[in-house]
Design a protein around this ligand. Structure first.
Ligand SMILES: Nc1ncnc2c1ncn2[C@@H]1O[C@H](COP(=O)(O)OP(=O)(O)OP(=O)(O)O)[C@@H](O)[C@H]1O
Ligand SMILES: [Mg+2]
Length: 418
């Protein structure tokens, strides 16, 4: 048989496990969906829509729920002649200022590219630079006036704009600025709690008229979400009974994210599929989930590693050595002492302590280390430990620093190699 053929033993439809797949029903979100729907109901009554701020950690269904509800709302609105509902959706990834959001909104109106956007305009797109902010806002207002009716603007991942949040003040205010009969509502979506807390008070008053929190999923909820997907995505009977509970448990313990749980299941199915292709059994087992988790973590470290300098790698290796001896979490002061030894063994000169601190906090930003605040009678101090498995960190480091079996051996002696 050739390398490429259509045979599959495990996976029936891989697209169903992808992130952008829109499930028919959102499991375990009835309460939030009811609450969300209630804030959108005025649209059907022909009233001014509410502004809504939707928040919750990553992967908990904020975007999926919004797409679901807006589609439902649109269908309902079609039944009423006096409701003319127009939706503009923008994912604000890459927009770091209100200015960029405004230009991108104008261009979304003129050349729709997001799934929910239902308007279209014959005007030509604007370039992203070179105008005064006021000019852009005016263009936006006049486009909105042209569209007319009820307009919902969905700003997904709005936290990208940081503290430059003028647009969130301007848009809701545009209601009163527009003379024509336009009813405007803004839906802001964010997974960054700090962003919400740091919104300027005037924005909070307007945008956060209605706030809806999507909490993380627990293991039971994740199991239902995964089962629903697996049923469509995988062939019947290929899942061992403990696969879904294990995927759910891993993700619930870490983030409560459905995205993470789905990624783990997808990877486990992939690993099992590859084995089946080369003559193995057509079955996904607990072992495959563990292997998948290891691969994902390793990938995460490898990706984080791209941004590390050589000394960043030494710092990570230092924490690995400490972890192999069972000495993590460890205080930065002691990590620094150990780091000096590591650097010496690579015949290099150590960085100043301050810079090593920077590397440690960099590594924790990348999810490779975890920062813990600890306190004792002598005050507060920072401690770090690995936030990925020791073996995935060592695998990834080995690509850069050469063989690290000596660290593995120490870990094995201490039964700490996962
Ligand atoms: N309740 C659910 N039922 C079924 N699938 C779900 C549910 N919640 C989330 N998912 C799935 O999990 C994945 C992530 O969901 P979604 O993209 O909506 O997360 P999000 O909250 O918008 O995350 P982010 O903040 O990172 O954008 C999607 O594939 C989505 O279909
Ligand atoms: Mg989202």
């Amino acid at each position: 048989m050739g390398r490429f053929n259509r045979e599959s033993f495990i996976i029936r439809d891989k697209d169903v496990l992808r992130d952008d797949y829109q499930p028919e029903n959102l499991e375990e979100r009835d309460e939030e969906l009811d609450e969300y729907a209630a804030t959108l109901r005025p649209v059907i009554q022909g009233w001014q829509p509410n502004n809504v701020f939707l928040y919750g950690v990553t992967g908990v269904g904020k975007t999926a729920a919004t797409h679901d509800l807006i589609n439902e709302l649109r269908e309902s609105a079609e039944q009423y002649d006096d409701v003319n509902l127009n939706v503009i959706e923008l994912n604000c990834t890459g927009c770091t200022t209100s200015y960029q959001v405004a230009v991108n909104l104008v261009n979304e109106i003129r050349e729709p590219s997001h799934p929910l956007t239902s308007v279209s305009s014959s005007r030509s797109a604007m370039s992203e630079t070179g105008y005064q902010q006021k000019r852009i806002f005016n263009e936006l207002y006049s486009d909105l006036e042209d569209i007319g009716g009820t307009i919902l603007i969905v700003l997904d991942e709005i936290d990208n704009i940081g503290s430059d949040d003028d647009i969130l003040y301007e848009l809701p205010r545009a209601r009163s600025q527009l003379d024509l009969d336009v009813k405007l509502g803004v839906i802001g979506i964010s997974n960054d709690f700090k962003f919400r807390d740091n919104l300027s008070p005037k924005v909070k008053d307007t945008l956060c008229e209605e706030e809806i929190l999507f909490p993380p999923y627990d293991a039971d909820e994740l199991q239902n979400i995964l089962s629903q997907r697996a049923e469509i995505a995988l062939h019947d009977g290929v899942l061992d009974g403990d696969v879904i509970p294990l995927c759910a448990a891993f993700s619930a313990a870490d983030s409560g994210s459905a995205r993470q749980a789905l990624r783990l299941l997808r990877k486990a199915a992939d690993v099992a599929e590859n084995e089946a292709m080369s003559g193995g059994k057509a079955q996904v087992t607990e072992e495959h989930v563990r292997e998948a988790e290891h691969q994902i973590q390793r990938q995460q470290v490898v990706e984080g590693m791209h941004s590390l300098t050589r000394h960043g790698q030494y710092v990570l290796l230092t924490v690995c050595q400490l972890a192999a001896r069972g000495e993590t979490p460890e205080r930065t002061k002691l990590i620094y002492e150990q780091y000096q030894q590591v650097v010496k063994s690579y015949a290099s000169d150590p960085l100043k302590r301050r810079r090593v601190h920077d590397h440690l906090s960099d590594l924790s930003l990348h999810g490779i280390l975890e920062l813990m605040d600890s306190s004792s009678d002598r005050g507060n101090y920072n401690e770090y430990e690995l936030d990925v498995s020791l073996s995935s960190a060592l695998d990834a480091l080995e690509n850069e620093l050469g063989n690290l079996d000596h660290v593995r051996e120490v870990a094995e002696e201490n039964s700490l190699l996962d």
